[in-house]
Design a protein around this ligand. Sequence first.
Ligand code: BYC
Length: 474
Amino acid sequence: MIDYTEKIPNNVDLGRDRVLQRALEHWQPAYMNWWYDMGPNDSHALDVYLRTATSVEPDGWAQFGYVKMPEYRWGIFLQPRDAERQVNFGVHKGSPAWQEVPGEYRSTLRRVIVTQGDTEPASVEQQRLLGMCCPSMYDLRNIFQVNVEEGRHLWAMVYLLHRYFGRDGREEAEALLERRSGDADNPRILGAFNEATPDWLAFYMFTFFTDRDGKFQLSALAESGFDPLSRTCRFMLTEEAHHMFVGESGVSRILQRTCDVMREHKIDNPADARALGVIDLQTMQRYLNFHYSVTIDLFGSDASSNAASYYTTGLKGRYDETKIEDDHVLAEATYPVMEVIGQRIVAKDVPALTALNERLRDDYVSEIQAGVNRWNKIIETAGIPFTLTLPHKGFHRAIGNFAGHYISPEGDVLTKDAWQNHEGEWLPSEDDFKFVRSLMAGRVIEPGKFANYIAPPIRGINRQPLDFEYVRFN
Ligand code: BYC
């Protein structure tokens, strides 16, 4: 169980290490200042029906109740240790998992932890204003839940930095509170976390696409030979599942509402859908293209010596590493990556070790495709002849082999001019953003009411009814 009487709730026996405890207690007010400045706007006095972790065991770890978000019990929770655990891949395969940081991998490991940690507060910053235009009280509660858990994920990485990386770890922990999403001078580390999340369609797309990158990256880090990183990522993954649910079901509900209105009014073009106050399917496709392409950039370059060394040294594994049947060393194996040669995209086999980013991206894409198929079922059931599709992997890429090339959603290699002529059909335009924003002029917060552009969810949170008071405004 987690001890909530401690100033910093934890299951790592923090009280035994006074120096560490004091360092984290010193970081805590800086974190709170960040939350007050950059957490959800105008939310500090609200009572929110939130889930709080009470134990890291799979059964019964959640407890629901009203909480003011600044009083949320952020803390440090690691999955229990398995004394038998080993390093399961790379050159150290078979040795006991490390309980301390191997000196030679210190800076690499710190860098991976900082990159992971940086995304957590970034997403809170990106979503900061969305509460002001929420489609319902149910959705408002969900975004707040996502935000407090991203805050906790930051705590998870900061604990590792403080506990295992001494003074430079503490400095990195401070810097995590200083960078700002989208800031020209001090931006967040990875591209997608500096993009705006300007509206609720973007929020649902983000939690579907980008939080799922979180799932895959955390899964790869959960395989790490550095046991404390593995254990903290395993617990983070349990929280991530709800975020992806919010995204997938949010997009589903918008699709459902659009399809219902299109069917009821027998309309088939975007302008008519917009006139009835719902988001046309073409705009949904453009948002999908954007979020998919910036998210697959997050996996890094197709051929990456960094990725190879993370793996070889046992720091970051593959998705489901221990379920894969091969030698877990990959010295001889190859993997196909794509490349643009002239006007053509060609597949080429490269050493599997350097292609690990691409492999993780491929694992991710197949899960994403399954989700898009579920969305298409909604459109199909409504009898509307429209299919959402994932654009080609090379479309709108800024990282890796496709960066600097102009690839259409169908995978044609274009000139810059030709690509730009179609950009408005493929990516959300200013006009799209303006329209979507126009549907979200104010917030809908009457219990049980939903904005016109979105269907209600199938059920409430924690078996509560849909008209439950998920947020109390006092
Ligand atoms: N934007 O060798 P490469 C989540 C840089 S999401 C900007 O391919 P590598 C969440 C790269 O840093 C999951 N720069 O890189 C979701 C490198 O820089 P240097 C977050 C980029 O190291 C929602 C250079 O390009 N977790 O949790 O193989 C809400 C060469 O690249 C980008 C992680 O990412 C980019 N997109 O792979 C909340 C896991 N991509 O060395 C949370 C930890 C690459 O030239 N991170 N660069 O200065 C990693 O494992 C790796 O850093 C990456 C990059 C997979 C991201």
